[in-house]
Design a protein around this ligand. Structure first.
Ligand SMILES: [Zn+2]
Length: 502
């Protein structure tokens, strides 16, 4: 039952954030892209035949014993260091006890009070300013299996005829990154939440620890939201589970702020619970009421030795960290000399790599920016696709820019060349040749067209000779007509003035 159905109308967002202060927090699960699972040798796969990547350990059969995957520890330390965390010199795994059909051991091996990484931060940009999001902890656990509920309308267990379980995912190493509460963002809270998950995704990708595909579930986000009147103690939070796109993260926070403001306006209490986000309506609905830590009866996992990464190993991992996304953006911005707004636009369009390759292929940054953010962004928009999905390579864009710079193409012709490339007619040079788009550039051909235009317009030519230079425009027009628009107008004008000088 939604808040609206219960008779409490959600408050319009602007009104809600004017009267209530939101506090958000994010718990992000990232499946690590290690070759094998967390505690056994089964491969980490996606989309394989159900229950084809399992063994006694990840099926939790009696008598099987887990062994810690060293690569998963290394990946987690890499993540912790990139998030400015302290790495524990000694920590243990814990059993988190609960029953669920996709959790066949009846406990999950996780970390509880001894996480591998603690107390870091990640800087993100939202609303034209930077926010330092505190990271409380980064811990390592095993993923659960996956249930498939068949026969119902919603795909949920309620109304289903039967359920199937696939344990291929069970035991895949899963890192959980937990933020500290983010307060003070006000109306920007939804944007900050989105910016954080975006930055975290880019960071994970640059570290090479995960493919961070939200659509395939390798990055999953739980969003905590509470609201309280300004100046009052923080309100009761809800946890919206498994939000699976960046846009949904923003929408889920926004909706919870509106909904909880409505609950408080009606004089009711916000219930501490997990909630589900619905992509189609943009609303959340109640799930189960939230368990407390004591409900899980955590205790140290007796089948595993403690993890004690030597300082030299941590130093080695730190030294091998790649350039991180924020540093890369700063470097590229300085290199390209572009303003913040352009960098933000390029990043939002996912076009930083495209820009970098275009410039590497020899294009001046300003022109590369114009092509990607104006001309090609418009075409991507028209085609309903992303810039990265357009069938044109950065090298081809650089070649078109080069042809314009050399005078072989005008801007108008260059746009037609890009049309040809996008239509699959080949490389820019092939399109120029096939469509006959080259500027009438041979000096002789242009000169012939100029002479013809002068001969055909003796009155105009006389005016230009008398010094009425504006009249030359008529002759340029004649040259452009005669060449089917393929002449460079500026060069034609220069030549006309040269011919008629003195
Ligand atoms: Zn296994």
């Amino acid at each position: 039952m939604s808040a609206t159905a219960a008779g409490r109308a959600a408050v319009p967002f602007e009104d809600a954030v004017r009267r209530y202060e939101p506090v958000i927090g994010l718990e992000t699960h990232v499946e690590l892209g290690t070759a094998s699972k967390m505690f056994c040798g089964c491969p980490v796969t996606f989309g394989a035949a159900p229950n084809s990547a399992v063994c006694p350990v990840c099926l939790g059969l009696p008598g099987s014993l887990p062994v810690i995957n060293r690569a998963a520890i290394e990946y987690t330390i890499r993540i912790g260091l990139a998030l400015n965390c302290t790495i524990a010199s000694w920590c243990r795994f814990a059993r988190k006890n609960y029953f669920y059909p996709d959790m066949q051991k009846n406990y999950q091996i996780s970390q509880y009070d001894e996480p591998l990484c603690t107390d870091g931060w990640l800087e993100v940009e939202a609303g034209g300013r930077r926010w330092r999001v505190g990271i409380e902890r980064v811990h390592l656990e095993e993923d659960t299996g996956k249930s498939l509920h068949v026969g119902g309308v919603t795909g949920r267990i309620h109304g289903a005829d039967y359920s199937l379980v696939d344990y291929n995912r069970a035991g895949i190493p899963l890192v959980e990154v937990v933020t500290r509460p983010i307060a003070g963002a006000g109306a920007l809270a939804p944007a900050v939440a989105r910016a954080y998950v975006t930055e975290l995704r880019d960071l994970m990708r640059s570290l090479g620890v995960s493919d961070v595909r939200m659509d395939q579930g390798s990055l999953r986000c739980d969003v905590n939201t509470s609201v309280a009147p300004a100046g009052a103690p923080w309100g009761t939070r809800t946890e919206t589970k498994n939000v699976n796109s960046l846009r949904s993260v923003e929408r889920a926070v926004r909706y919870e702020i509106e909904r909880q403001a409505g609950v408080l306006d009606a004089g009711s209490r916000v219930i501490q619970e997990t909630r589900h986000f619905h992509e189609d309506t943009g609303m959340t609905t109640p799930g189960r009421s939230k368990e407390e830590a004591q409900d899980y009866r955590y205790f140290p996992e007796p089948d595993l030795v403690p993890v004690a990464p030597p300082p030299e190993w941590i130093a080695e991992i730190r030294a091998a960290l790649p350039e991180l996304p924020a540093a890369r953006r700063a470097r590229l911005q300085a290199l390209w000399g572009l303003p913040d707004a352009d960098m933000a636009a390029l990043r939002n369009a996912g076009a930083l790599d495209l820009m970098e390759r275009t410039v590497a292929a020899g294009a001046p940054p300003g022109q590369a920016r114009n092509w990607w953010l104006a001309e090609l962004a418009r075409r991507a928009n028209e085609a309903g696709t992303d810039l990265t999905a357009l069938p044109v390579t950065p090298e081809q864009v650089a070649r078109v820019i080069e042809l314009v710079a050399s005078g072989a193409l005008t801007h108008r012709l260059a746009r037609q060349v890009i049309d040809g490339v996008l239509a699959g007619e080949g490389s820019p040079d092939e399109v120029v040749a096939a469509r006959g788009l080259a500027v009438v550039g041979g000096q002789a051909a242009l000169a012939a067209a100029v002479d013809e235009a002068i001969a055909a317009n003796p009155d105009v030519a006389a005016k230009v000779r008398e010094g009425k230079l504006a009249a030359a425009g008529v002759l340029v027009g004649a040259v452009m007509r005669a060449t089917g628009g393929r002449a460079d107008a500026a060069r034609a004008r220069d030549l006309i003035l040269e011919r008629l000088a003195g």
